[in-house]
Design a protein around this ligand. Structure first.
Ligand code: SF4
Length: 287
């Protein structure tokens, strides 16, 4: 629970605050950009929410924060907002919220599918989410983009009898995974789901392409709202920048319209524009 005595100095006066335990995971800034902003290496309340929509967004951020760094001075009711999660992004794709500290607050996603639902990376195993996933038809597959974002995947797998998917080169982070991807060639796990190895950030990093529309990208690529273009980070590349560039170049061959990352912004672009963006990013990474 956030401690008002540790409130960071940049917070705008008012109900919501961020305390000094923030790990700068970006979740709150994605969920409520009008309320939260980034200071040096943490978030703060840039402006107290005024509209009902912004209050709701701030409450969602409070619940999603992986380390409980967001608080309210007068204990505003945020519990009613819990029912918003998982939040529908588009069609069968949902953002789970309840980011896990074990994945450094990475975003995780839920895909509703008639042949069995998918979880992409792992949120916290809060009872609210478990109940909702149950009501939405449980989970058949858990796709793990890479070693850093496995969080509580094993608990979800145990609870729902789900099959975890991870690349062999990151298997030591989830040794009990039921489906192991080998090599660098794309693998179709089910008719509408293709796993594409994208080594670089980690040796076994993979992305998941669903319906040639939704690309779940882990820490390989994300949208930079400040620059209005796709981005990738050499600073946060833990294994091989050369491999990550090559992985980005291979993505130019794929068709998709959504980028749904672990960290950073989500974005929809028309397919042709997305292809240009990916090619442009690959060129910039090389440069
Ligand atoms: S969600 Fe929490 S940990 Fe993440 S940036 Fe916001 S306040 Fe910090």
């Amino acid at each position: 629970m956030a401690d008002v005595r540790k409130s960071v100095p940049e917070n705008a006066a008012g109900e919501f605050f961020v305390d000094s335990t923030c790990i700068d995971c970006d979740t709150c800034r994605q969920l409520a950009p009008a309320v939260f902003a980034q200071a040096a290496q943490y978030s703060y309340v840039r402006a107290q929410p005024q509209s009902g929509a912004d209050v709701r967004a701030a409450a969602r951020a409070l619940l999603a924060c992986p380390v409980g760094s967001i608080g309210t001075r007068n204990r505003a009711d945020v519990k009613s907002v819990m029912a918003d999660f998982p939040i529908q992004i588009e069609g069968p794709v949902y953002y789970c919220g309840f980011a896990a500290p074990g994945s450094y607050g990475a975003s995780s996603y839920f895909i509703r599918h008639p042949a069995g639902n998918w979880l992409v990376d792992s949120p916290r195993t809060v009872s609210h989410l478990l109940r909702h996933f149950e009501q939405m038809g449980a989970i058949r597959y858990i796709f793990l983009t890479h070693r850093d974002d496995v969080a509580q995947a094993a608990e979800f797998a145990h609870r729902f009898g789900a099959r975890r998917i991870i690349h062999r080169r990151d298997l030591d982070a989830q040794p009990g995974a039921e489906i192991v991807i080998d090599g660098d060639a794309p693998v179709r796990i089910a008719p509408e789901f293709k796993v594409i190895p994208t080594p670089g950030h980690s040796p076994g990093h993979c992305v998941l392409l669903f319906r040639d529309r939704y690309l779940f990208t882990g820490d390989h690529v994300w949208w930079r709202a400040d620059e209005r273009r796709l981005g990738a980070s050499r600073w946060a590349c833990w294994d091989s920048w050369e491999d990550q560039i090559a992985s980005m170049r291979r993505l130019v061959e794929e068709r998709f319209e959504w980028v749904l990352p672990g960290h950073g912004g989500r974005i929809w672009l028309a397919e042709s524009e997305m292809r240009r963006e990916v090619a442009s990013l690959a060129r910039r990474m090389r440069a």
